[in-house]
Design a protein. Sequence first.
Length: 197
Amino acid sequence: MKDKTGKELSSQEVLTKSLSRLNTVLLELEVFFLHCVGDVPCHFIRRFFYRLAGIKIGAGSAIHMGARFYNPANIKIGLDTIIGENSVLDGRDKLIIGNHVDIASEVMIYNSKHDIESSNFQAIHKQVIIEDYVFIGPRAIILPGISIGKGAVVAAGAVVTKNVDAFQIVAGIPAKVIGERSNKDLRYKLGRAAWFR
C-alpha cells in the first residue's frame, strides 16, 4: 500500500494511518453533532453539550446560536464572555479566550492554515490567545498564532495577521493600529446574554 505521495508503507504505518483516519472520522461526527446542537435555541442545552465535547466554558459565559468548532477539546473560554452568532472557533491548536471578552457575530478565529510553500500543502497549527476585556467586532478574522492583549479592540471586518498589544484598536485588511483605548482600568461585566439566542 502507498500513501498519497507514492511512498510504500509498512504494515505498521498502514495500521497507524488507519487508526488516525478513524479518529478523524469520529472527530468529524462530533463536530457535526455540535453543529446541529448550535441551532438549539437555548444556552443551557448548548453549553451542556459543548462542555461534554471538552470545551472549557467559564461561569456566566455564553455561546450564541450557529457556532462552528474544529476540535473542540482545545478551546478554553473564560468567565463572563460572550461569543456571537455564527462564529467559528478553531481548536486544532489551543484557543484560549479570557474573561469578559465580547466576540461579535460571524467572527472567525483560526489556528490552523496551509503552508502554501510546502510541496504537500501541509497544515501549520499555532495557538491563539485572546486576553481579558477584548472586543472583536462582527465578521473579523483572527489568523493562526495571534495574541490579542488585554482590553484591545478589533474593528468589524478586520483581518488580524499580527499580534495586537493591550488596549490597541486595530482595523482594516490587514489590521493596523488606528488608536488606543483611553480607559485602562477595565472592570465591567458583560452580564447575562439573551437566553434564546
